[in-house]
Design a protein around this ligand. Structure first.
Ligand SMILES: [Zn+2]
Length: 75
């Protein structure tokens, strides 16, 4: 690239003016009253709009199992 084409500080900063991160919009679960991402199943209880989408307890147990096996591997 030629120096003539190089973006100056103003061009660079104008481009980066749109790079700010937005806070994720959280809504409250109707089942367990915990915060979860809107349009997404609740990670705490696995409910989405009053329907059970996945077994949250099962997933939690699996996660704990994985952590335990990891801890044993480190020993
Ligand atoms: Zn929930």
């Amino acid at each position: 690239m030629v120096v003539r084409m190089r973006a100056n500080r103003a061009h660079r900063d104008n481009r980066r003016a749109h790079h700010a991160l937005k806070a994720s919009r959280l809504s409250v679960c109707s089942n367990c009253h915990k915060a979860h991402l809107s349009h997404t199943a609740c990670l705490n209880c696995g409910m989405y709009r009053g329907i059970k989408v996945f077994d949250a307890g099962k997933k939690l147990a699996k996660k704990e199992k994985k952590q335990k096996s990891k801890q044993n591997a480190n020993k």
